[in-house]
Ligand binder design. Structure first.
Ligand code: FES
Length: 159
């Protein structure tokens, strides 16, 4: 398994910031996923080897965090929070709105590979609920109209 020079530079630098190798696991997984689009079996094995962990330990962390995936996703991964603060401010309707607009359900990807959708637990934006996240971008205080604008804007970036 070979990563880019940029990945290697980031990985080497991260190791200098923490007392144990294990501490760099999550950022390393995120960098690898950004580079590969998903965490492949080869990436999991390589990262486990480098950090002196078992593959199972790495996979346990991947399965815990919704932002990490071993499955392919759309170019823009839309994560709609339906946890309590967002739910009280209409998140269930917004999630249904996203499903209708994109024509896909939870953990599905549009046939053209542009968008994937996921219902997630709290994303830490409760004060501005309801909120969703597209890749690393947060969008808050949402209404159905705002969601349309947000998704249309990402769609335009791919044209
Ligand atoms: S409950 Fe939705 S961001 Fe916290």
């Amino acid at each position: 398994m070979k990563f880019s020079e940029q990945f290697e530079a980031r990985f080497a630098e991260m190791l200098t910031h923490y007392p144990t190798k294990r501490s760099v696991l999550v950022p390393t997984l995120l960098y690898a996923q950004d580079e590969l689009g998903l965490l492949t079996g080869g990436a999991v094995r390589e990262i486990a080897r480098r950090l002196d962990l078992t593959e199972l330990e790495v996979r346990n962390v991947i399965s815990y965090y919704s932002m990490l995936t071993t499955q392919p996703r759309g170019k823009y991964h839309v994560q709609v929070c339906t946890n309590i603060a967002c739910m009280l401010r209409g998140a269930d309707d917004l999630f249904s709105h996203c499903k209708n607009k994109l024509g896909i359900g939870h953990k599905q990807t549009t046939p053209d590979g542009r968008f994937s959708l996921e219902e997630v637990e709290c994303i830490g934006a409760c004060s501005w609920a309801p909120a969703l996240q597209v890749n690393y971008d947060f969008h808050e205080n949402l209404t159905a109209d705002k969601v349309d604008k947000v998704l249309d804007e990402y769609g335009k970036r791919l044209e």
